[in-house]
Design a protein around this ligand. Structure first.
Ligand SMILES: [Zn+2]
Length: 85
């Protein structure tokens, strides 16, 4: 696992809906703001409790195309800066 590139943060959202695809079955997409979350903590990068939220394990926060939490983005920027110094 690399440090500082933000890839260890996956996406999580409080609200989501199932999207059904003809061939691939169903998956979920967020219908509320997406936050960044690290494995092994109940908190998002911006400090919210996300225990009961839906976890998009396969979606890195960085590349998520849905509306993202500004505080989480700022926090990840800070972490990247810290890693460089
Ligand atoms: Zn957030």
């Amino acid at each position: 696992m690399q440090r500082g590139d933000g890839r260890r943060f996956f996406s999580t959202a409080q609200y989501y809906r199932p999207v059904t695809l003809a061939r691939d079955g169903a998956y979920f997409e967020p219908t509320s703001v997406v936050h960044a979350k690290e494995m092994g903590t109940p908190l998002t990068a911006c400090g919210l409790r996300a225990d009961s939220w839906f976890k998009f394990w396969d979606e890195p926060f960085d590349t998520n195309s849905h509306e993202k939490c500004l505080d989480c983005m700022k926090r990840l920027d800070e972490l990247r800066r810290d890693d460089r110094s």
